[in-house]
Design a protein around this ligand. Structure first.
Ligand SMILES: [Zn+2]
Length: 803
């Protein structure tokens, strides 16, 4: 934390911000802010942040405004300052994001704020430990709906523009300020809540007008999940729900999955999928709804003091998201999907040099870009898994008591790791501080190894953490014989009862550690994986096989053969879809170019089996994989000629046909589907066409600096075709040089997507080494912007695993 931020937090209290925003102009927007606050040292000076303002005035005169700051001098004990400015709209998702919907030409304006971004929208004291109450009014086109952090108090008509006035909010940090405006379609209801005046709170789901069909289709389920999670949280959390309403918006241009603005959560609009959602997508949506709602308490009501404790927000919300989507909203297999999709991202992040303790050292967070880069899968996935283990280790009752003590003690304030441990410690007899030292303040993960002493399995921990986990014994046909609850520390545990049996540690996937079964057990597991009854155990074992492949203990071919044998009979949609995703990622990163076609054809054939099998839970996910991987052009063209095929499946087929050299289906499909999703899918398909001219055109588009971050993602997703290593070779160097140029001309958000567009395709080892050298040379200059440098270092670590 910077000393000047520390000083400002000590200096300023009781901040109230009154705002009027005028969004009627399409050129820029007008802000009037009246900010009142107390100063603990009268006579001192401070400042407000405001980035990119023009015509900035302070108390009616031109403001002392430089480097994004408005100087405030000679403060009194109580102060009121009035700032006016004109502010720009942005198109990269970092700030007041203006979007024109390609489907109908309608304009939407969304304040996509977060760490250090709110200052691009309004003048504010932009740090998490200075909270303000907000009173907002907005003037906007009269056919719009405007939503914001506070509940709507009144709306007055003014001809072509109306003014929306919102009730004053409780205090929250500047990074959580938002408003969204546009001709939204809405589904609203009054949610029962006894402490509210009148016994209910206004709730709603909102989407772009062009997504009305999808919103109506999913409205009942979205409402059901929302209500179930809300009733659950308001039962288990002691502090009351802190805000006056709960609006959820599918907002265009958001760079994250979703964002937890108090009382007005936004989701990326792609989350409202066009066609039939797959089981993983349905389950992901439920867990994100629960995740963002958990933030109303974890993050919004109680906020980290500084960014090194962002895990206190995100690890908790992620854990709660998976847990509550299951226990409250009926998505009872969320932990199965976590085992094969979410947790692996945590292990992968933890294997890289960039790994960091879940609770990071304060001095490591040198600036906001570093903090931004740490919103990674250590903070989300590993933190989630560590808290799940903590809950299992402490027992649910003590864990919840500690959590509630934390929430109640710091409501409307800020807290750090020490505060959190104080609360947990008071609720449990166990040594919580030692647990935190071992789990939260270290990097890396343990390996749980099974060896045999004669017939007796012995479980040993390679590593340093205490674990509480289930160990299961199976017969040779992988039928469950028995399970035991085991506390594992430095001392090996002899499993006398399991003598002669197949042994699977962490069969309930309670802890964050990889497993290495003994040879006898592994042979039985690979022979009988699909016979294991528990889908959670199967998911954990599939991840183990993927981990062994990524650790080059087994080859890609062995993993594909395992899938050929055990994924065909798999009936659990989350396991099936999760493993299919993992297979594609492993082939893309680890396979030799000469073997790709054969491996992809096995995966495509497994998908075809599931599609032909007609299981409605498997079909949506399997159809997309089949359309994306099939090498049979006639089959794909035939599919496009059929009626009633899902838009996402159609686009996967169009993409695949383009990748195979037939781009003729892109234009007709674009004509048929003018949605945002269709626009992005067409960009992906065009970039996939395997000709020098098409690649050159896609490249100049990609590096033009004119694409929004989602468009950039879309072009990047098509560019590096599976079997196009030879054609794309000249672009490997250019990715490094042109990507670096573009990152230097752009902000954090673009740095992030440029990193995501790293060439991931099967390449020969020699070419992988050349790519590695080019990226390493660029990084060695020390002149790569922070967010891109972090992403490239991670990609180098991943590449090194293949060399
Ligand atoms: Zn979150």
């Amino acid at each position: 934390m910077l000393p000047e931020a520390r000083e400002r937090a000590d200096l300023l209290t009781d901040v109230h911000t009154e705002l009027h925003l005028d969004l009627t102009s399409t050129e820029d927007f007008a802000v009037e802010a009246t900010i009142s606050f107390r100063c603990t040292k009268p006579g001192a000076s401070s400042f407000l942040e405001l980035t990119g303002g023009t015509d900035v005035t302070l108390d009616g005169r031109p403001a002392p405004y430089a480097d994004g700051r408005i100087a405030l001098t000679d403060l009194a004990e109580t102060n009121t300052v009035r700032v006016t400015a004109r502010m720009p709209y942005v198109h990269d998702g970092d700030g007041m994001t203006e979007t024109i919907d390609p489907a109908d030409g309608e304009r939407y304006v969304c304040a996509h704020t977060s760490m250090d971004i709110t200052q691009k929208v309004i003048p504010c004291f932009d740090q998490p430990d200075i909270k303000s109450t907000f009173s907002l009014s907005v003037t906007a086109p009269s056919h719009w709906t405007v939503l914001a952090n506070g509940a709507l108090a009144s709306r007055s008509a003014g001809g072509t523009a109306d003014t929306w006035v919102f009730e004053q909010t409780p205090p929250f940090s500047s990074y959580l300020f938002t408003l969204v405006g546009g001709p939204w379609v809405s589904v609203t209801w009054d949610e029962p809540y006894a402490p509210a005046p009148g016994g209910t709170l206004p709730f709603g789901w909102h989407a772009r007008a062009s997504q009305e069909r999808e919103l109506r289709r999913d409205a009942e389920e979205l409402r059901r999940i929302t209500s179930a999670c809300f009733q659950h949280y308001t039962t288990v959390f002691e502090p009351e729900y802190p805000y006056a309403d709960y609006q959820q918006v599918f907002a265009p241009g958001l760079n994250w999955g979703a964002m937890e603005f108090p009382g007005c959560v936004v989701f990326r609009d792609q989350a409202l999928v066009q066609g039939t959602p797959t089981e993983l997508e349905r389950e992901w949506m439920a867990s994100v709804i629960a995740h963002e709602m958990a933030h109303m308490w974890f993050g919004d009501l109680v906020t980290m003091k500084w960014w090194e404790d962002s895990w206190l927000n995100e690890s908790f919300a992620d854990f709660m998201g998976y847990d509550v989507a299951g226990v409250a909203a009926g998505y009872t297999d969320t932990w199965t999907s976590a085992a094969i999709t979410r947790k692996p991202t945590g292990y992968r992040a933890d294997r890289r040099r960039s790994t960091h303790p879940i609770a990071e050292d304060t001095e490591e967070i040198v600036d906001v870009d570093t903090a931004f880069a740490n919103f990674d899968m250590i903070t989300y996935a590993k933190g989630n898994a560590a808290l799940a283990q903590l809950g299992h280790w402490l027992g649910e009752e003590d864990f919840l008591a500690g959590v509630n003590r934390h929430l109640s003690s710091h409501a409307f304030g800020n807290a750090d790791l020490a505060d959190f441990l104080d609360s947990l410690d008071a609720a449990s007899d166990l040594d919580v501080r030692a647990w935190a030292a071992a789990w939260l303040r270290t990097t890396g993960f343990d390996t749980l190894v099974v060896t045999r002493d004669g017939d007796v399995p012995v479980l040993t921990r390679e590593g340093s953490r205490p674990h509480r986990l289930t160990v299961s014994a199976y017969d040779d046909a992988m039928r469950l014989v028995d399970s035991r609850d085991v506390h594992l520390g430095a001392e090996p545990v002899r499993l006398e009862d399991f003598a002669g049996r197949v042994v699977v540690p962490n069969s309930g996937d309670e802890t964050f550690a990889v497993i290495r079964p003994d040879e006898q057990s592994w042979a039985a597991i690979t022979a009988g994986l699909s016979s294991v009854e528990s889908q959670l155990t199967r998911a954990m074992l599939w991840w183990t096989a993927v981990d062994l492949t990524e650790s080059t203990v087994i080859g890609v071919g062995e993993l594909v053969a395992l899938a050929d044998r055990h994924l065909r009979p798999e009936r659990h949609p989350l396991v099936f879809e999760g493993v299919m995703k993992a297979l594609q990622a492993v082939v893309r990163r680890y396979d030799e170019p000469a073997e790709v076609a054969a491996h992809l054809s096995v995966v495509a054939d497994i998908a075809r089996g599931a599609v032909d099998g007609g299981d409605p839970a498997l079909a949506p996910g399997a159809s997309r994989v089949l359309a994306r991987l099939s090498a049979d052009r006639d089959f794909l063209v035939g599919w496009l000629a059929r009626d009633g095929v899902d838009p996402s499946v159609r686009w996967a087929a169009v993409h695949r046909l383009a990748e195979l050299g037939d781009p003729s289906h892109i234009d007709p499909e674009s004509e048929r589907d003018k949605s945002v999703a269709g626009h992005h899918a067409a960009l992906t398909a065009r970039a996939a066409v395997p000709t020098e001219a098409a690649k050159a055109e896609a490249w100049s588009r990609l590096m033009s600096g004119e694409l929004g971050s989602h468009e950039f993602d879309a072009v990047g997703a098509g560019f590096w075709g599976w079997e196009q290593g030879d054609l794309l070779r000249p672009y490997l160097d250019r990715y490094v040089s042109d990507g670096l140029d573009l990152a230097r001309r752009s902000g954090q958000a673009m740095g992030d997507v440029i990193g995501d567009a790293f060439p991931r395709l099967p390449l020969t080892e020699g070419v992988r080494r050349e790519l590695r050298a080019a990226v390493a040379a660029a990084l060695a200059t020390g002149d790569v912007p922070t967010v891109l440098a972090r992403s490239w270092n991670d990609s180098l670590d991943d590449l090194d695993r293949t060399l």
